[in-house]
Every structure is written in C-alpha cells, then in structure tokens.
Design a protein around this ligand. Structure first.
Ligand SMILES: [Zn+2]
Length: 87
C-alpha cells in the first residue's frame, strides 16, 4: 500500500492506472498532459470515464449479475480467511 504517496506522470491517468492508484491508496497525482492532449496522440480512454458516469444498464458493456449464490461461496472463504490482507 502506498497510502498518502504522490505520483508524477507525463499523461493524465487512464482508467486502468487510475484504478491501480485508488487500490494502492496513493493520495496525489501530478500529470503534465491532460486527457484531451492524450486523446489527440491516439490514446482515447476518455469514453471510459464517460461510460462510468452512466447507470450500469446504460453503459456500453453489458454488466449482469449471474449465479450470486455461487459467487458468495468465494466471498465467504475470503471473509473467513484469517490472514487476509485488509483493504
Ligand atoms: Zn494507464
């Protein structure tokens, strides 16, 4: 965990990097080129940020719950794991 750390990057973080930043608990991101500049050189990730703002049933990727009882067994195993890493 990088709680409270700072990251410096040439470009604004794409959604994948931003997720890693959230997970690692980095507190500050300094970037040089914004999303528009990033888009202009061919890395068009802005649509993903736009998609996340929509309700799940209106996003470009189908997101549907399937077999919740089966998934709950792995969640239960994780919750009961004595040496699990806390998030
Ligand atoms: Zn990235």
């Amino acid at each position: 965990m990088l709680l409270g750390c700072t990251i410096y990057t040439s470009g604004a973080p794409c959604p994948m990097c931003m997720s890693a930043i959230y997970w690692s608990r980095i507190g500050t991101v300094y970037y040089s080129c914004d999303w528009k500049a990033t888009q202009e050189i061919g890395f068009d990730d802005v649509f993903q940020y736009d998609d996340f703002e929509k309700p799940p049933d209106r996003r470009s990727i189908t997101l549907e719950q399937l077999l919740p009882e089966l998934g709950a067994t792995s969640y239960e195993a994780w919750a009961n794991k004595p040496d699990r890493h806390p998030y």
